[in-house]
Design a protein around this ligand. Structure first.
Ligand code: ATP
Length: 391
């Protein structure tokens, strides 16, 4: 059994898992994003060869290829710099604003570090000093800065000012910003907006486009004869329903292929199982990412559908955990947010006898949410599911 798994052979479906894990190492072009790539490449060329600075904002829902295009561009520029001497003085800096912490300080310190290739203090120096260091370094270099998930920076106090300084600086800096919050511009001050270049919209892929994208992954990553057109169309249709998310489509194909291991062919039931697993994981991620009191609120509405009673249960949990409970009003706001995240459903909003508004909550799959919650509470330092009064 183990030897078979080690050697591979009969019933294999996946030819090369790397295609799904690191697709950029395989894709030589990016279908449906050729125009965006070409326009960006021209802007980069003018920047490098004619000193025309630019800034642009890539906007689009999740899984529409923004980061994929960005990283592809980055790699292509690195390749070109090996052949074209004019690209030799270009420094590329890719920063995912959320991953580095999202604050102006965090983002600027990382940019400074990368641009100057030196160790830069993360604290204790002000934002102006970072800008000075960047500018000094730009005497010999020009920088192309990619700010992924820039919405997390812009929503922080002073975040848009960081952009303003980068865009208006007299140093040789061009900036590509990426956001899946399509309203990110609403968080920017007018002077920042006016120095921002045009936005590039990444439209959601439709079912046909997703099917084509999937066919590329299948061609590169799966054995011939292990899938057919209908299976790809089925996955594409499901992913197109949810705002044309290519990440989901590719993930479902890869999972289904793994589930089909040994059988030699991906069937609809493999895809259906892949969907259940995928949704379960997404729920777990969403629950894990919730702030502590949101988790307690969620835990309480699993016990009761009445929000008033849930608030009492929540208050008791807080007491047990020696936490100060939030007011009913704030608690009720949290319940509405949980509904917005799609984790629970607010069922009825009706007027009670006293004329007040009564909220009821439905948790669709209590067991799943509970499991997700228990898993995440294990990660909190000093809370165990038992402390929350398991019923
Ligand atoms: N045109 C495409 N061709 C091939 N694969 C694609 C394409 N667009 C997206 N993908 C796949 O979908 C995955 C997700 O895309 P990407 O990371 O670019 O999403 P995004 O738009 O940046 O979303 P988010 O805002 O959630 O990060 C990529 O890793 C890649 O596997």
């Amino acid at each position: 059994m183990i030897r078979e798994a080690l050697k591979g052979g009969k019933g294999e479906v996946i030819k090369d898992p790397k295609v799904f894990i690191e697709p950029l190492t395989v894709f030589t072009d990016i279908p449906f994003r050729e125009d965006i790539l070409r326009d960006t490449a021209i802007a980069v060329r003018y920047f490098v060869k004619n000193n025309v600075k630019f800034s642009t904002l890539f906007l689009g829902l999740t899984g529409t290829g923004k980061t994929f295009v960005t990283k592809y561009m980055y790699n292509e520029i690195e390749e070109v710099s090996k052949e074209d001497p004019e690209y030799k003085d270009v420094r590329q800096v890719y920063v995912n604003c959320r991953e580095v912490g999202g604050t102006p300080q965090a983002v600027l310190s990382v940019i400074t570090e990368r641009v100057t290739s030196g160790i830069v203090p993360r604290h204790g120096i002000n934002l102006g000093e970072y800008m000075e260091k960047i500018k000094n370094s730009m005497r010999t270099w020009r920088a192309l800065i990619y700010l992924d998930e820039v919405d997390t920076l812009v929503k922080r106090r002073g975040g848009d000012i960081v952009l303003y300084q980068l865009l208006r600086s007299d140093a040789n800096i061009s900036v590509i910003m990426i956001s899946n919050d399509i309203n990110v511009r609403d968080y920017m001050e007018p002077r920042v907006l006016s120095s921002l270049g045009p936005s590039v919209i990444f439209k959601p892929y439709d079912a046909e486009q997703l099917k084509f994208i999937l066919s590329k992954y299948a061609e590169y990553g799966l054995h011939i004869g292990t899938y057919n057109d209908e299976i790809l169309a089925y996955i594409a249709a499901i992913s197109a329903k949810e705002h044309g998310d290519a990440r989901k489509a590719v993930n479902l194909l890869f999972r289904a292929a793994q589930l089909a291991l040994g059988t030699g062919f991906i069937r609809k039931e493999h895809v259906d199982r892949a969907i259940v697993e995928y949704e379960q994981e997404r729920l777990l991620e969403a629950v894990k990412a919730l702030p502590f009191h949101y988790k307690l609120a969620l835990r309480s509405v699993i016990e009761t559908e009445d929000v008033m009673t849930a608030h009492k249960i929540y208050t008791d949990m807080c007491m047990k955990l020696k936490q100060r409970p939030l007011s009913y009003r704030r608690f009720s706001d949290i319940i509405s947010e949980l509904d917005m995240f799609g984790i629970i459903k607010i069922k009825i909003l009706n007027r009670g006898r006293a004329g007040g508004v009564k909220k009821y909550v439905e948790v669709e799959d209590k067991e799943k949410v509970m499991r997700a919650l228990n898993e995440t509470f294990e990660y909190e330092d000093d809370v165990s599911p038992d402390d929350l009064g398991e019923s």
